[in-house]
Design a protein. Structure first.
Length: 460
């Protein structure tokens, strides 16, 4: 076989001519080109810029670069309308081979979706920054737990319901939006067809800064987004965040999964500014999760960590701090393994509204909460469990179980009418030998004794 020919182009006419040639080719863009319409890379074609800072491909109307099979797009700036698809997959090819996207700066959505008729895709994305995107209008949305999920600025979606359909993906050094300039919709979105049907095998997902918001109206109960969402039908071996992951709006989760993740590490802060935005929420199966930097939420009902469904074997946080009413620090509703906090869990709020499985509910901003069905094998806290708001409980086990406890600091309830400990149910390890204090509308009381009262704060 001969080598693939390379064609240098410096105008729209030359670009269209090069894409019309027969056989695989490498099309090298040497300057900026404005296109009045979308273009399609035929199978085997690559589109490469000599320098992404001056090789700028702009699309005046509609979508941008369509991919077919065995394509590469590299070292370019691709600009479409934020509400359009800057790079997207065409439908109908059974085996799309390998699609490679690397060293790209993009405005608009990068949409890698396979549908009925496509059974195989190997996807490699490396060094991709999406500056602006509005992905809210796309109708293909996962549905479960009473909510729909908006797609992301980068969307990898197996929308083929055939169980034999597979996307194999490696996504490295992906960044989305900028501080105080989030993309609209989710940030990074990876999904299979469902719990059954087309799957995604995600070898690696690593991110830099990710900033997103769904722009949902306050009170919305049936739509959510996430900064990074590993949805159902996905098995991810490794997910790592090397830059801050930040969401800004209503129901904007920061890190969320309905799928399976072997190892998940956040090396940088996880931050939510909007109402009902959870730092890390798990409906799937996670083997190991580590937050090496702080998790902080500011909005009403914006919790630090929620285990709603599935399980996590081992989870470690540097610290968790929430500021809004109804914003629980840690809440567990299903059996999990060990939970370790290197620092403290602190909540500042009182009772407030928050979204729970598609329903708006009123919850107190407890530091640590275990609900019926929740089991924690071991809770370890190197710092304190602290609540500062009124009429809340710091450590609340209500029908669930905590089998082992090691809290080296204090359990503190500083707000008026608040309780330090509530244990309602059998099977939990008593809080013995802890420094516990609460302000219940009376002078501050302290105890180093066992706290097991079913209805509120008491000492023995």
């Amino acid at each position: 076989m001969g080598s693939i020919p390379s064609i240098a182009v410096a105008s729209l006419t030359e670009l269209i001519s090069a894409l019309s040639r027969g056989g695989p080719s490498i099309v090298e863009l040497t300057t900026s080109v404005a296109c009045p319409h979308s273009i399609t890379l035929p199978p085997g074609f690559s589109l490469i810029g000599t320098d992404k800072n001056r090789a700028v491909l702009s699309f005046v109307n509609g979508d941008g670069v369509g991919l077919t099979a065995n394509n590469r797009v590299s070292s370019l700036t691709v600009i479409a309308s934020p509400a359009a698809r800057a790079i997207y997959t065409q439908a109908g090819i059974a085996d799309m081979g390998t699609l490679t996207l690397d060293n790209l700066a993009v405005t608009g959505q990068v949409s890698i979706i396979i549908r009925t008729g496509t059974d195989r895709l190997n996807l490699v994305v490396e060094d991709l920054h999406i500056a602006a995107c509005d992905s809210r209008r796309y109708s293909e949305q996962p549905q479960k737990y009473g909510v729909n999920v908006y797609q992301g600025a980068l969307s990898v979606y197996n929308f083929n319901g055939d169980e034999s359909s597979r996307i194999k993906a490696s996504l490295s050094n992906i960044s989305v939006g900028a501080k105080n300039a989030p993309v609209l919709g989710s940030g990074i979105f990876v999904s299979g067809f469902g719990d059954h049907g087309g799957q995604v095998e995600l070898d690696t997902l690593t991110t830099g800064e990710v900033h997103s918001t769904g722009m949902l109206p306050y009170g919305t109960a049936d739509l959510i987004t996430a900064g990074v969402f590993v949805v159902y039908g996905v098995h991810a071996k490794r997910v790592e965040h090397f830059g801050s992951t930040v969401t800004y709006g209503v129901n904007d989760m920061v890190l969320d999964t309905w799928g399976a993740v072997d190892r998940w590490v956040a090396h940088a802060p996880v931050v939510s500014y909007g109402p009902s935005g959870i730092g890390f929420v798990n409906f799937g199966t996670v083997d190991e999760f580590t937050a090496e930097a702080e998790i902080v939420t500011y909005g009403l009902g914006a919790r630090g960590f929620n285990q709603y469904d599935g399980t996590v074997r081992s989870i470690r946080f540097k610290s968790i701090e929430t500021f809004g009413d109804g914003s629980i620090g840690i809440q567990v509703s299903k059996p999990v393994g060990s939970i370790k906090v290197d620092g403290s869990v602190t909540t500042h709020g009182s009772i407030g509204n928050t979204l729970v499985k598609g329903v708006i509910m009123r919850l107190p901003a407890e530091a640590f909460s275990v609900k019926p069905g929740g089991v924690v094998e071991k809770l370890t806290v190197a710092g304190n469990l602290v609540t500062l708001g009124a009429k809340v409980t710091t450590y609340a086990v209500e029908g669930g179980k905590v089998l082992a406890i090691d809290i080296k600091g204090k359990v503190l309830a500083e707000g008026e009418g608040s309780d330090a400990v509530l244990v309602a149910g059998k099977g939990s390890t008593p809080l013995t030998g802890l420094h516990v204090q609460a302000r219940t509308g009376k002078p501050l009381v302290e105890s180093d004794g066992e706290i097991t009262d079913r209805t509120g704060f008491s000492t023995q």
